[in-house]
Design a protein around this ligand. Structure first.
Ligand code: PMP
Length: 473
C-alpha cells in the first residue's frame, strides 16, 4: 500500500508535467512566429495542408505507441494548430483595420446627422408585408404568448415540411424541422449540435464571417477552401477533399452565395454531399437566399442524405430581418439536439412571431417581388461596374455583387467612400481576406443604389487622379 508521501510526490510530478506542457506551448509559439516570419519573407502560403497532415499523422502514431487516448490527442492538436494559424495571421498583418472600424465610422456619421447610403448590409429595406405584421399582434391577442415547445409550433413545423415538399419534392417530416431564433442562431445550433471542442469545420471562402466566428467560439477550427473570381467562385471538391482531416465534422456551403451571388449546379451539389458522406462529416447548406435564385434553386435536401442540414430564414424572402426567425431541417438526432440547446438558452421562439412566419409562408408573392427587386438592383450595380472597369462574376442569385475594384486597399477605399460621400460598403477582407474586392448589397431602394454607385464611380475616378489605378497582382 502506498503512503501519503507517495501521493504527495505523484501530485508534485503531475504539477511539474502540467507546467512543462505550458512551457512547451510557449516554446512552440516562439517557433511558429519564426516560421511565420520566414514564410512571409519567402512568399510561402500561410497554410500548407500537406505539412499539417504529416504532423497530425505523426502525432497520432506517437499517441498510439504511448497508449494515450487518440481522441484527446486529436482535439488538443486541433487547438494547438488553430492557435498557430492565428499567430501567423496576426504577424503577417499587424496593423489591420477591420470592418468594425468602418461600421463605427458609419454610426458616428449618422449620429452627426449625415445621410448614409447603406450598401453594406444584407437587409431588404422593403420590410415585412403588412398582413404578417398584423398577424404578429393578432396572434399575441389570441393567446400565442406563453412558453412553447423548443423546436417550434407543431403547425409551423408541419407547414414548413409541406412547403418544402411542394416546392422541391423533398421528403421532410415535421420532426426534422426546428424553428430557430433567426438564421444566425440556426448556424450556432447546428454547429453546437454536431461539433465538439477540437473539431474542424471546412468553409468555402469568400464566406459570411459568422461561420468561422461561430466555429471558433465553440472551440473548433475553421479550415478554408479558397475560391477565386478567375474560377467563377466555383469550389473544387478534389481540393476540398485534400483539406479534410480526421477532425473534420462539418462542411459549410452557402448558395446563392453571400457575398458573391454565385449559385450551385445539381452536379456540384451532389459532389459536395458525397464528399461530406465520404468524410464522415455533416454538410450544412445555408439556403437563406433560396428565394433569390434567379433560376431554379438547387437544395441540398434533394439528396435525401442523412448527413445534410439545411438552413433557411424568413429575413430575406419576406424582409422579416427584425422578427428574428428562421429554421433548420436536419436529421432527427441533430434536430433533437438543436431543439434541446435552443430550449435551454431561449425556451422557444416567441409563438406570436412563429404565427407571423406561418402567415408569411403562405405568401409566395412577396418573395417573388423581392427577387425582382434584387435582380433589378444587381442590374443597376453591374451596369455601373462595367463603366468603371471593375471585374466581377454576374450573380446567379442572392442580393450582392462582389467585384474587384481597381484599388489597392479595399478597406481604405471603403473608409474613404463612407467619409467623403456617405456610402457604406463592405470590404472584401471581411469575407476571407479578398484584398481589392468589395461587397455591394442591393437591399436598399433602387434610387439609393443608383446614388451609391454614382458616388462609388466618382470616388474611383478621384482615386485614379491621385493614386495608382491598376488591379493589384
Ligand atoms: N446566412 C447568410 C449567408 C446570411 O447572409 C445571413 C444574414 N446576413 C444569415 C444566414 C442569417 O440571417 P438571419 O439571422 O437574419 O436569419
Amino acid at each position: 500500500m502506498g503512503s501519503r508521501e507517495d501521493l504527495l510526490r505523484q501530485r508534485e510530478k503531475a504539477r511539474d508535467l502540467t507546467l512543462k506542457i505550458v512551457e512547451a506551448l510557449a516554446e512552440r509559439e516562439r517557433v511558429v512566429a519564426e516560421i511565420s516570419r520566414l514564410k512571409s519573407e519567402l512568399g510561402v502560403p500561410e497554410f500548407v495542408p500537406d505539412v499539417e497532415r504529416e504532423l497530425r499523422a505523426a502525432a497520432l502514431r506517437r499517441a498510439a505507441e504511448l497508449g494515450v487516448d487518440q481522441d484527446l490527442v486529436r482535439r488538443v492538436l486541433t487547438l494547438v494548430l488553430r492557435s498557430s494559424v492565428r499567430a501567423q495571421a496576426s504577424t503577417s498583418n499587424p496593423n489591420r483595420v477591420t470592418h468594425m472600424d468602418l461600421m463605427r465610422a458609419a454610426k458616428r456619421m449618422e449620429r452627426n446627422g449625415r445621410e448614409v447610403v447603406h450598401m453594406e448590409v444584407g437587409e431588404p429595406t422593403l420590410g415585412a408585408p403588412p398582413e404578417v405584421a398584423r398577424e404578429l399582434s393578432d396572434a399575441a391577442l389570441r393567446g400565442y404568448a406563453f412558453y412553447g415547445e423548443a423546436a417550434g409550433l407543431q403547425e409551423l413545423r408541419s407547414a414548413i415540411a409541406e412547403d418544402l415538399k411542394e416546392r422541391f419534392g423533398v421528403d421532410v417530416k415535421p420532426e426534422n424541422v426546428v424553428v430557430t431564433q433567426g438564421g444566425r442562431f440556426g448556424v450556432y445550433l447546428v454547429m453546437a449540435s454536431i461539433l465538439s471542442v477540437g473539431d474542424e469545420v471546412l468553409v468555402i471562402d469568400p464566406s459570411w464571417p459568422h461561420y468561422k466566428q461561430t466555429a471558433e467560439s465553440i472551440g473548433c477550427r475553421p479550415v478554408v477552401h479558397r475560391t477565386s473570381l478567375e474560377g467563377s467562385w466555383t469550389p473544387d471538391p478534389a481540393e476540398m477533399e485534400g483539406l479534410v482531416s480526421d477532425s473534420t465534422r462539418l462542411i459549410v456551403i452557402n448558395y446563392p452565395n453571400n457575398p458573391t451571388g454565385s449559385v450551385i449546379s445539381e452536379g456540384m451539389m451532389r459532389e459536395l454531399v458525397e464528399l461530406a458522406e465520404r468524410s464522415g462529416a455533416y454538410l450544412l447548406s445555408d439556403e437563406v437566399y433560396m428565394d433569390y435564385s434567379f433560376g431554379e434553386h438547387v437544395t441540398a435536401l434533394a439528396s435525401g442524405s442523412e448527413r445534410v442540414a439545411m438552413l433557411m430564414s424568413f429575413s430575406k424572402s419576406w424582409g422579416m430581418t427584425g422578427y428574428r426567425i428562421g429554421y433548420v431541417v436536419a436529421p432527427k438526432e441533430v434536430a433533437e439536439r438543436a431543439a434541446r440547446i435552443q430550449g435551454s438558452l431561449l425556451t422557444c421562439v416567441p409563438e406570436f412571431i412563429q404565427m407571423a412566419a406561418l402567415r408569411a409562408l403562405s405568401d409566395r408573392e412577396t418573395p417573388r417581388r423581392y427577387r425582382e427587386h434584387m435582380m433589378r438592383g444587381i442590374e443597376v450595380i453591374c451596369s455601373h461596374l462595367d463603366r468603371v472597369g471593375a471585374r466581377y462574376v454576374r450573380p446567379g442569385g442572392g442580393m450582392y455583387v462582389f467585384p474587384q475594384l481597381p484599388v489597392e486597399d479595399s478597406m481604405g477605399f471603403a473608409l474613404r467612400l463612407l467619409e467623403r460621400r456617405g456610402v457604406a460598403i463592405a470590404p472584401g477582407q471581411v469575407f476571407g481576406n479578398y484584398q481589392g474586392f468589395v461587397r455591394l448589397s442591393v437591399g436598399d431602394s433602387l434610387e439609393k443604389i443608383e446614388k451609391g454607385m454614382r458616388a462609388l464611380a466618382e470616388e474611383l475616378s478621384d482615386g485614379r487622379a491621385t493614386g495608382p489605378g491598376e488591379f493589384p497582382g
